[in-house]
Ligand binder design. Structure first.
Ligand code: AMP
Ligand code: GLY
Length: 421
């Protein structure tokens, strides 16, 4: 069997690694991949959102099944195109991907179908949005409608800050077309958690709970990032809360989409705020989380590929998965300056030593091969992941492995998982 994984970050490395571990017989390809992925899959030099070339290559190479990592190709309709050519693909189709690609769509769907989320208004007109901001209290949350690589959200503490962000989004065009509309919503309080499920549109398999660390510095200080680390399981997502999220959020959302004529197949990532009034949706993503996936997949025992295939064919009810009771933790090593401007091309050393340690896997996120050297090539460079009997052991092992790795300007959070220890 020939499988193509689309993407080239830490999430895709974890996906390829899991498939390769489970299935020595699968011929695995990754476009565009990265130097770490090359150890488990053959790299294909095509960008993750170049749908025509990906499709042409997949047909020529008789790919049986494709797995899409990032949101951009999903929002551009990759799955729809592949399926027209009868290549099964794991991921949301274009209409379903609006759940992430348009915050206005997601919020209006939730409002129409009474799915718990914060109060909001949406605007296409800058003046109306600006006027509305005058009437609300602070803190207040402003979100660009479209995809903005995790930067399109501002939790404004003051009106001035809110107006400034609104200006950037709607007037200055900082996020391009993604800022043509905005959602202005009530700020929620509570603990955040990520709940991911795999679904074929009706049947659902919940993945192990995970928690991400979004702020760049320890104690949740500094700006938001794509995620500086993660651990799984999280004690915050108790069995009771998971049940509540399934019955009040996941099933109603899939039902709402069906009522709108949309079948959701793939992974649905529910970003939650656990408020005193119960779990509420902060955001939906239509893909695996990054770095949550690096902490979830080491715990998944068997049937990962089968689960994705069955979901894409509407046959998920025939698959069962089980989880390693141990915990996993992932520490992201980032470039100096990330999530702002950062330099690339810094030589990385020590990965081999770290990866040889028992229970440790080092997932590449932003790396490149330059001559015979491995260098940094992104803001998030590596995800150092370890398994352990409990979160404390997993985190301890991950940090021991981190100590072996060096590159100029490397920084990382030192408190992954600390709030639950
Ligand atoms: P999002 O991309 O919508 O998940 O937003 C990114 C981050 O902004 C979230 O992980 C939260 O930390 C924060 N955030 C988003 N919406 C809200 C809200 N309504 N109340 C408080 N914080 C929020
Ligand atoms: N770690 C957050 C995300 O994948 O969006």
């Amino acid at each position: 069997m020939k499988v193509l994984v689309i993407g080239g970050g830490g999430r895709e490395h974890a996906i390829c690694w899991r498939i390769a571990q489970d299935h020595g017989d699968v011929q695995l390809y990754c476009a565009p991949g990265n130097p770490g992925i090359r150890e488990v899959a053959e790299r294909v030099d095509i960008a993750a959102d170049d749908i025509p070339r990906l499709l042409k290559w997949s047909k020529e190479n008789r790919i049986h099944f494709a797995v899409v990592g990032p949101e951009v190709p999903l929002a551009k309709g990759l799955v729809d195109r592949f399926q027209q050519e009868e290549i099964f693909c794991f991921g949301a189709n274009k209409k379903a991907a609006q759940l992430e690609a348009s915050k206005v769509f997601a919020k209006e769907l939730m409002r129409s179908y009474h799915i718990p989320t914060s109060h909001f208004e949406s605007f296409r007109d800058y003046k109306k949005a600006s006027k509305y901001l005058e009437t609300v209290g602070t803190p207040i949350v402003i979100k660009a409608d479209g995809l903005a690589a995790g930067k399109g959200v501002c939790v404004a503490q003051t009106k001035k800050e809110a107006q400034f962000f609104l200006d950037q989004v709607m007037e200055k065009g900082t996020f391009g077309d993604a800022g043509k509309a905005v959602v202005i919503e009530e700020a929620l309080w509570g603990d955040e958690a990520s709940f991911l499920v795999v679904t074929d549109g009706e049947y659902v398999i919940p993945l192990a709970g995970a928690q991400d660390h979004k702020r760049v510095f320890d104690r949740d200080e500094g700006p938001n990032t794509g995620g500086m680390g993660a651990f799984s399981p999280t004690p915050k997502l108790t069995a009771e809360i998971q049940e509540e999220v399934l019955t009040r959020i996941v099933y109603p959302t899939l039902g709402a989409l069906r009522a709108e004529g949309i079948t959701y197949r793939g992974v649905l990532y529910v970003g939650l705020m656990l408020t005193v009034k119960g779990p509420k949706v902060l955001e939906f993503n239509v893909r695996f989380g990054d770095p949550e996936t690096q902490a979830i997949l080491p715990r998944l025992q068997g049937n990962f590929l089968e689960m994705m295939e069955a979901a894409s064919k509407g046959e998920l009810s025939r698959v069962e998965v089980s989880w390693d009771p141990r915990a996993a933790a992932c520490v992201v090593l980032a470039s100096k300056g990330y999530p702002g401007h950062f330099e690339k091309g810094k030589e990385i050393s020590g990965i081999d030593k770290a990866a040889k340690m028992p229970y440790v896997s080092v997932f590449h996120a932003g790396t490149a091969q330059k001559d015979d050297k491995l260098v940094t090539a992104g803001g998030r460079v590596l995800g150092v992941t370890a398994l352990g009997e409990d979160i404390r052991t997993a985190v301890g092992r991950a940090y021991q492995a981190v100590e072996k790795i060096k590159f100029e300007g490397m920084h990382y959070r030192k408190d992954i998982g600390r709030e639950v220890l």
